[in-house]
Structures are given as structure tokens and as C-alpha cells.
Ligand binder design. Structure first.
Ligand SMILES: [Ca+2]
Ligand SMILES: [Ca+2]
Length: 120
């Protein structure tokens, strides 16, 4: 998974962190009929990338209901929400093996690797 975060928080046009450092980004992903994936590790970057945090899910389940993910900037007291999204995965996404969203606002883009398996 990788993401591109806006340089400033569009909610108040300020830096993500008071010292001007990049956001400490965590993605939480939940997939239909799957164990909730543990939150990703925290990556301090405007272009964070993660190797874990994805779902292991049956392709039929993935097509039956939307996935949800939220991206946050971890802070000492209150985390800054970056974005929270619900998305219905399509057959074409599964065939591509990757889902890519481009957005405006706080989250410029995010891409998930799709690892699915088929029921016997
Ligand atoms: Ca912050
Ligand atoms: Ca932070």
C-alpha cells in the first residue's frame, strides 16, 4: 500500500504537525467478511508506503460489499483524520491486482495491492 498526502491539512491549511514535519500516517483497512486487518505501521512521510496491513479476502466477498479504509496522522493527543472512504471493489480492480484512488483534499492518492483467492 502506498499513499500521497497533501503537504498541509486542508481542514485548517496548517502543517500536519506543529513542527512542520510530515504526517505520521497509519491506514486502517477493513474488508467484507474478513478479519479486520491490523492497522498499518506508522510511517512519517508525505508519500508513505507499507508492506503490511492489507486484507486476505475471498474475491466473492470483496465483490459483495464495500471495503472501508481510513487514513490518519497519529499525534500525541488527538490524531488528525486524513480521510475515511468506503469503496466497492469491482471485478476490473481484482483483475488489475491493484486498486488506486486519486482524490483531492488531504489524500492525493492511495493504492492497495489486492491479494484475493477464489473459493474451491
Ligand atoms: Ca497532526
Ligand atoms: Ca503527527
Amino acid at each position: 500500500m502506498r499513499a500521497t498526502i497533501a503537504p498541509q491539512d486542508p481542514a485548517d491549511n496548517s502543517d500536519w504537525d506543529v513542527d512542520g514535519s510530515p504526517p505520521d500516517v497509519v491506514i486502517k483497512l477493513s474488508c467484507p467478511n474478513a478479519q479486520p486487518a491490523p492497522p498499518s505501521e506508522e510511517v512519517e512521510s508525505f508519500t508513505p508506503a507499507w508492506t503490511q496491513g492489507a486484507c486476505d479476502v475471498l474475491s466473492t466477498d470483496l465483490l459483495s460489499a464495500p471495503i472501508q479504509f481510513s487514513v490518519i496522522d497519529v499525534d500525541a493527543l488527538f490524531d488528525d483524520p486524513i480521510v475515511s472512504v468506503q469503496y466497492q471493489v469491482t471485478r476490473a480492480d481484482i483483475d488489475r491486482g491493484v486498486m488506486e484512488f486519486t482524490g483531492s483534499g488531504a489524500l492525493r492518492s492511495v493504492a492497495f495491492q489486492l491479494t484475493t483467492y477464489y473459493a474451491e
